[in-house]
Structures are given as C-alpha cells and as structure tokens.
Design a protein around this ligand. Structure first.
Ligand SMILES: Nc1ncnc2c1ncn2[C@@H]1O[C@H](COP(=O)(O)OP(=O)(O)OP(=O)(O)O)[C@@H](O)[C@H]1O
Ligand SMILES: [Mg+2]
Length: 265
C-alpha cells in the first residue's frame, strides 16, 4: 500500500497586503521505505509542505492519505496516537528543544507520550537509542546545549525513530553541518532506513545531498511541483529550467563520472 498520498494540496499566505501562493495543487506519493527528495530554491514552498504534513499548519484545500487514512481529518486523541507514525527532524535542533533539557528527557518524552515501551524499560530504551545513533550512553545526562551540532542532529534522529515511525520528514536536517559530519549523518539515515524500512521526505536545497539519499526527487518552484522522477533521471536529464538551474548551482554534480550506485557521500 502507498504510504503517503498528497493530492491537490494548496496553501496561501496573506500578510501585509501580500498574497503568497506557497503551494498550488501539489500531488506527491511516497512508498514504504522510500526516500523522496524535495528540492527547490528558497521560498519555493518546501517547508510549508513539511509543516502541513506534520499538522503544524492547516492546508487551504487538498487531501493527504497516510497509511490509508485521511490524515487531515484526524484530530484530538486519534491524531495524537497516530503522530507516532510520522516524525520530523528540523535543521535547528536547539530551537526545537529546550536547550536546558537533558538528552535523556528529550528521548524519554516520545517514549512516555506514545507508550512505546513499559515504564521500567524506558531508561534502557533511551540508552539503546543513543547507542543506535552512535553516541555514548553517558550523553544521557548532558543538556542539549552542551553537545555539538552534529551530536544534536543525532539526538534529533534518535528522537524521531523513538516512536518507530514509518515516515520521517527531514527539513534541511543536514544543511547546517560541516561536510564531513554531514556525510556521516546521511550514512546513519540510510542505515536506519535499510534496517527499519522508514520512508523519508527529505527536504533540501542541496542536490548533492539529495542525490546521495533519494530514490526519487521532486522539484518545486514558486509553490508548484515542476518536475519529479528518479534521482538519476532528474540529475542526468532534467526537464525543467528550475531543475537545470539547481543542478548548475552544484558544479561537482556535473563533473565526475556517471554514478554506478546510489549511495555515495
Ligand atoms: N507564516 C508565513 N506567513 C507568511 N508567508 C509565509 C509564511 N510561511 C511561509 N511563507 C511564504 O511562503 C513561501 C514559501 O515558504 P517556505 O518556507 O515554504 O519556503 P522554502 O522552500 O522552505 O524556503 P527555504 O529553502 O528558504 O527554507 C515564501 O514566499 C514564504 O515567504
Ligand atoms: Mg524551508
């Protein structure tokens, strides 16, 4: 069964006399275990789409089916329960969590809220999550602001997988990281996907990042979906001027030999 099906999704913002069509009639689907890269210049509507998916923002019209259910019709306890299935990783982890919170509490919250494991097993589960994302279990007692940006991003990933989701939305999740750390985080994400069959909606303006992780790539421009195809098709044979411009912005994509395999960091 298709995991996620977005149809006719539209959203506008009216502010200060300006009317912005942030999303216009977006259609997208995502299969279980698949990574869909979402590319597009700044302001093209990527984060708006991510926020509507996460139910942080209402849509004007359109529908979203997630795991066969009408996702936008859910509310209250029904929505809370199903939120475990769709998690998000932001670029700015410090802004998303209380910086004074300990790593342990950031990871324990979703376990408690969603009742992922019995109370007596939560400490052990926190340790297992830390271990899975490559951090020492002693980090549990540190505060979020006492760890590096790359480590914080690992915590955000650990928190996202804590509820055993079938979809994780990543909005510029590696954009602020140094290139070397970025590669390691991308490797971790790909490993987790293979291991757990998680699907990713991977938002990034960086096509080099998207090529490394995406099975398919969709390109947005001014709120419209202008192109979608396999990652390879899109990068080797772009059809839209928008995609061509994004590719031209990453010179190392065009040099180098054709890629024989998908994941290369
Ligand atoms: N809360 C808001 N109020 C008014 N306009 C908004 C709001 N949020 C987004 N917009 C506008 O909607 C459009 C799409 O914004 P969005 O943040 O989705 O773009 P983006 O593709 O994520 O860009 P970036 O790559 O810079 O993150 C932009 O024109 C933006 O200014
Ligand atoms: Mg954005």
């Amino acid at each position: 069964m298709t995991l996620l099906e977005i149809r006719n999704l539209s959203k506008h913002f009216a502010s200060g006399g300006r009317n912005v069509a942030a999303l216009t009639d977006i259609f997208l689907t995502l299969e279980p275990g698949e990574t869909l890269g979402l590319a597009g210049a700044s302001g093209s509507g990527k984060s708006t789409l991510a926020r509507i998916l996460m139910r942080l923002l209402p849509a004007d019209r359109g529908s979203i089916r997630f795991r066969g259910e009408d996702w936008l019709a859910l509310s209250g306890a029904g929505l809370r329960r199903r939120r475990a299935g769709m998690q998000m990783v932001f670029q700015d982890v410090l802004g998303a969590f209380n910086p004074r919170a300990t790593v342990a509490s950031v990871l324990d919250d979703p376990l408690r809220i969603h009742g992922v494991v019995p109370k007596a097993e939560r400490r052990g589960e926190v340790a297992a999550l830390l271990d899975r994302v490559g951090l020492p279990t002693s980090y549990a007692d540190r505060s979020i602001r006492e760890i590096s940006g790359g480590q914080r991003q690992r915590i955000a990933i650990a928190r996202a997988i804590a509820t055993r989701p079938s979809l994780i939305v990543l909005d510029e999740a590696v954009s602020a990281l140094d290139v070397s750390i970025r590669g390691k985080i991308l490797e971790l994400l790909v490993e987790l996907q293979r291991e757990r069959g998680i699907a990713y909606l991977f938002v990034s303006h960086d096509l080099a990042v998207l090529r490394a992780v995406s099975h398919r790539i969709a390109v947005m421009d001014a709120g419209q979906l202008v192109e979608a195809g396999t990652a390879r098709q899109m990068i080797e044979n772009p059809q839209s001027p928008t995609a061509r411009a994004l590719i031209a912005a990453v010179p190392r994509l065009m040099t180098g030999p054709p890629q024989g395999h998908k994941h290369e960091f």
